[in-house]
Design a binder for this molecule. Structure first.
Ligand code: ATP
Length: 234
């Protein structure tokens, strides 16, 4: 579904991606692992059109490199950025409707909201509360829910566990896993907490200073010493 080959990117004169390659199959879930500053966020931003890049980005057979963010979104790629990006002065309900703004199928929109509220019961309880009044974990669920309301084919998720207590992060990841299982939406997720990422992804790519250095199935990667030492706590 998504094929990235030899991606490069610069911020001003500084090159931060030096050749990132990865692919996400239809309905697959792929992780991007790596230390701070390795280029994980930049890779997601490159896909969604927020930074200019070299190399190839193909989505469903089309070359999408250089497309604008709204064009990429219209093709069916939704991005949940680091820091969540929910609209604090709008309610949970309003945020979910904002996520569906490109859709015309009113009846299906309500069905999707009902489904999401079953998957994320916390949001059901806070449905009419302002997003700014939610806990960090609830805001993260709302950010995922809002992105999902666009009915994307591919969801880009950036550090969904950031700043959350471990038990909350686990709850968020459990909900994301169920979303994947129930809807078949493909996912490309960036995560520093590899243990959490491995609860969802089938395969992962490790980035080091802007390069893909290792890829494999979750089982293969979990078995490798260097991954255990660097990302799994020994
Ligand atoms: P983190 O987990 O810390 O977000 P990351 O792997 O997602 O790390 P990126 O955010 O993609 O890494 O950053 C890659 C490199 O680009 C880093 O060296 C970072 O300092 C630099 N960088 C990121 N954003 C900008 C920017 N807007 N302007 C200049 N340099 C940037």
């Amino acid at each position: 579904m998504l094929e990235i080959t030899d991606l490069t990117a610069h911020y001003g004169p500084v090159q931060v991606l030096h050749g990132v390659s990865l692919s996400v199959p239809e309905q697959g879930a792929v992780g991007i692992l790596g230390a701070n500053g390795a280029g994980k966020t930049t890779t997601l931003r490159a896909i969604s059109g927020a930074v200019r890049t070299g190399g190839q980005i193909r989505f469903e057979g089309q070359d999408i490199r250089g497309r604008k963010p709204n064009e990429v979104a219209a093709l069916g790629i939704a991005h949940v950025p680091e820091g969540r990006g929910t609209l604090g002065n709008l309610t949970v309900k309003e945020n979910l409707h904002v996520g569906a703004y490109l859709r015309k199928d009113r009846k299906r929109i309500q069905q999707d909201i009902d489904h999401l509220l079953e998957l994320f019961p916390n949001l059901q309880e806070r449905y009419t509360a302002n997003a700014s009044a939610l806990s960090g974990g609830e805001q993260q669920m709302l950010a995922v829910g809002r992105a999902y309301m666009a009915r994307p084919k591919l969801l880009l998720l950036d550090e969904a566990s950031l700043g959350l207590a471990p038990s909350t992060a686990k709850t968020v990841y459990d909900a994301i896993r169920v979303l994947r299982e129930e809807t078949g939406v493909a996912m490309l997720l960036v995560e520093q907490n590899a243990n959490l990422a491995f609860t969802i992804v089938d395969t992962a790519t490790v980035l080091e200073t802007g390069r893909s250095v290792l890829s494999g199935t979750s089982a293969e990667l979990k078995g490798r010493d260097e991954i255990r030492k660097a990302y799994l706590g020994g």
